[in-house]
Design a protein around this ligand. Sequence first.
Ligand SMILES: NC(=O)c1ccc[n+]([C@@H]2O[C@H](COP(=O)([O-])OP(=O)(O)OC[C@H]3O[C@@H](n4cnc5c(N)ncnc54)[C@H](O)[C@@H]3O)[C@@H](O)[C@H]2O)c1
Ligand SMILES: O=C(O)CC[C@@H](O)C(=O)O
Length: 630
Amino acid sequence: MVQAGRKYVFDFDSTLTRVEALDVLAEITLNGNSNKEEIIREIQEITNLGIDGDISFTESLERRIKLLNAHKSDLEVLVDQLRDKISRSIESNKEFFEAYSDDIYVISCGFKEFIDPIVKEYNIPEHRVYANTFKFDEDGKIIGFDEANVLATHNGKIACLKNLDLEGEVQVIGDGYSDYVMREAGIADKFFAYTENVHREKAAKNADYITPNLDEFLFVNKLPRKISYPKNRIKILLLENVHSDAFENLSKEGFSVELLKSSLPEEELIEKVKGVHVLGIRSKTQVTQKVLDAADKLMAVGAFCIGTTQIDLEACKKKGVVVFNAPYSNTRSVVELAIGEIIMLMRSIFPRSTEIHGGQWNKTAANSKEVRGKNLGIVGYGNIGKQLSVLAEAIGMRVYYYDVADQLALGNAIKCNTLEDLLNVSDVVTLHIDDSKTNKNFIGEREINQMKDGAMLVNLSRGFIVDIEALVKALKSGKIAGAAIDVFPEEPGSNGDFHTELQGLQNVILTPHIGGSTEEAQRDIADFVPNKIMDYINSGNTVDAVNFPNIRLPKQNTSHRFLHIHKNVPGIMAKINKVLARYDMNITGQYLSTDNEVGYVISDLDKEYNKEVIKELKKIDNTIKFRVLY
Ligand SMILES: NC(=O)c1ccc[n+]([C@@H]2O[C@H](COP(=O)([O-])OP(=O)(O)OC[C@H]3O[C@@H](n4cnc5c(N)ncnc54)[C@H](O)[C@@H]3O)[C@@H](O)[C@H]2O)c1
Ligand SMILES: O=C(O)CC[C@@H](O)C(=O)O
């Protein structure tokens, strides 16, 4: 009879380890065998049939051992390899195995020869490991297994657990149906289907609880764990078809991620955003006050693009929602498109192309000019404007630029003191100003009239910057000889019908807001933004946040980290420290960053603390958000 209290019965293969040990053994023993792949496939099929209960376990074992053709010395290699294949969340929660060592059992249909040395490192002694044992011949070759062991028989785990006669609640944690049967037979009280490495439908559908990793198991059982909140509980909603790498990166980290192709209109987003912790969008989704009011769990918004005016940044800040974007990932893509379009416009390539598509051969040099020696006027000399300046000079253009901010000229570019100066001199005007709403109708009838007759206009920044009616008029009159427009005042949320007065006009290139839509840019964004989000969620870093005090935190080692976001009113820091002092907490590091509206205080503290302190900190007046990391 074993002592009372809750008992934890773990499966080994694909639960404590990421793999099935006999598959790994097969890789070792069949090395150099020309039929290796085929035999391994056969072994895996037999393993699955056994796990799912479709063939008897004894049969599965016999057939696999025959195919394996293994030797005692192979087991040493196997153990070495298994050490590197421990399930990630098992590896990170060693503390649990130490603290609960007396209550943890392994019941496996694998073999003690490789299980014992692995689980020993997790404080599980041999005598609490129930598994099969191999039979060897005198040369050390594996020739079979101990058939008298109940675990070598069909549903042997039931008999094994029954024989143990454990007292207290028994929880079984495993990936297979053969683990579930202990619960079905009424010997275990709960079955947790463990899906970190493999999701077996037959086990999952019968489980009391599906646990995607040990963090979740420990969280629901209120047991000591490495991380305060299981990542699978953090819901991320990605809209507007962001690159699938973002989905991969965030899922790999353990978050629950949903990816939708289009943006959502406000009413739908209001419904969908409930319970979401991180929202990922591009330029179409409007994150309004109403959306934020409905977002009960929202911690961060990731703009998978440069522009952020689609997001109510102030409202986000007031709610303690941190916003990140990707300020440089698509810069080069926009610049390359601008160069291409400038050349296409100057050569009247699109009219020629349209004619020939319509069956008309029109070989002519009329309205076809080289870009070499022409004046390019760049409005907005920021990241895109500057890079364009360098490339345009490289193809022989004379660059003029205008910016409201004091920007240093690159190369031989000439700074214009007024927009009018730039418009007067440019053969092509290209717009790269930011998406501030104050830039609405920045180029209207007056500005167009200030341009040279027959000049061209390129807009790859934001649609509302150009007065479309005035542009259409100027194109029709010939005042402007061509335009390339990628962005529009009203753009649809998803692909489909679209109408603009610019359609059908001569020498006008129209594109559906694809300036930054290249594989390279989207892949880079899908790396950059998720990294920022993960950094914020995992450690509290707000470096490069667009609406929040930026803070770069040192790596959190052994301490607990309290993250406190509050309205920036006097005295909050003192109040936080008063509470911490009252609870005798030893601060190992403290960081504060503020702007006019919010303050962000991070306190690193010694491990142990009275949980009441959290309630007290949350109660401090003007607290917006509070969370604990460990
Ligand atoms: N078409 C696309 O797919 C696409 C892709 C990326 C970026 N963009 C847009 O391109 C624009 C530029 O991006 P960026 O990364 O170079 O931004 P940036 O912030 O680095 O540069 C913008 C520059 O414009 C200047 N500016 C702002 N208002 C001005 C005004 N009224 N007059 C003169 N200068 C003004 C700013 O001082 C700044 O130097 C943004 O609107 C962005 O949203 C579009
Ligand atoms: O990809 C998008 O939706 C927007 C691209 C661009 O306008 C940006 O702001 O980066």
